[in-house]
Design a protein around this ligand. Structure first.
Ligand code: SAM
Length: 286
């Protein structure tokens, strides 16, 4: 690997597979083979990956516990001109994985940081879930304790974007139960489990049914999983009470729908767009 114009090395942030080893990129293999040092979340775990691809680059630990303090060691190597690759146990480093502090320190030190993109469970899950993907929010792991978890979910109750959560298998059932209680039994959810592996499963069901399905099949509580929740949708016609409907009908007989909805909103206190949507849903055919 070229030690370019400057004498400072480059920090490569390299994505690795989340199960299926064929998902590593050719560029990742080349970079991992050519750098001077690989900073790995778990050196024993990564040794197996590197052996599989006959990569003999030395490894050093860079995990949650030492990242902040030991980051300086990698920074010194980079400043001395060595190229370093950062990998985590699976997927893209920094995505619910260590690496943030090292990348931040490197950038602050003026070291070039280059992403070597590849798999991340969040994107793999979203790409196959069939939920709106134009906008989404990645929530990572929910807090493990139920009070903190519920307050986090409460904050998301009216989030309109698709929400994506990582979860540990032993907490899957209680998290889905909490989601059902906060987002409602009918909110559509997708469980994406064991992606890229033999028992890959992608199941879409309303939250109450998804919870029952998981609780009735202990196999669904094994392995790694991503939970996706469809965003909150604005209230529709069912939420417009009878009196408001009558007011809307009277006004619509005399006025354009938009004007009728605006006036009815003033009278009833309901939101204008709710009444407007109700009018569109209930307009008599001409
Ligand atoms: N850095 C990784 C990434 O880019 O996706 C995520 C690491 S995080 C510590 C591990 C979590 O990612 C798991 O608990 C699970 O929620 C999700 N995950 C990782 N691999 C997965 C897979 N093969 N199928 C489903 N979810 C997976």
């Amino acid at each position: 690997m070229h030690k370019t114009e400057t004498t400072t090395g480059t920090l490569y942030v390299v994505a690795t597979p989340i199960g299926n080893l064929e998902d590593i990129t050719a560029r990742a293999i080349r970079v991992l083979s050519e750098v001077d040092l690989i900073a790995a979340e778990d050196t024993r775990h990564s040794t197996r990956l590197l052996q599989h691809f006959s990569i003999r680059t030395p490894l050093a630990a860079c995990h949650d516990h030492n990242e902040r303090d030991e980051g300086g060691r990698f920074i010194s190597r980079l400043l001395a001109g060595d190229n370093v690759a950062l990998i985590s146990d699976a997927g893209t480093p920094l995505i619910s994985d260590p690496g943030f502090h090292l990348v931040k320190q490197a950038r602050q030190a003026g070291i070039k940081v280059v992403p070597i993109p590849g798999v991340s469970a969040v994107i793999a899950a979203l790409s196959a879930a069939g939920l709106p993907s134009d906008r989404f929010t990645f929530e990572g792991f929910l807090p493990a304790k139920s009070v903190a978890r519920n307050s986090r979910l409460e904050l998301l109750r009216e989030e309109t974007r698709t929400m994506i959560f990582y979860e540990a298998p032993h907490r899957l059932l209680e998290s889905v139960a909490a989601m059902r209680d906060v987002f409602g039994a009918q909110r559509l959810a997708v469980l994406a489990r064991e992606l890229t592996k033999t028992f890959e499963t992608i199941k879409a069901l309303p939250l109450a049914q998804l919870h029952d399905w998981i609780s009735q099949d202990s196999d669904q509580q094994r392995g790694e999983c991503v939970i996706l929740i469809s965003g909150f949708e604005q209230e529709h016609s069912v939420d417009v009470d009878l009196k408001s409907q009558q007011i809307m009908q009277l006004l619509m007989a005399e006025l354009p729908v938009k004007k009728a909805a605006a006036l009815a909103a003033n009278i009833t206190g309901l939101r204008k767009n709710v009444l407007y949507q109700w009018a569109l849903d209930n307009k008599k055919p001409e």
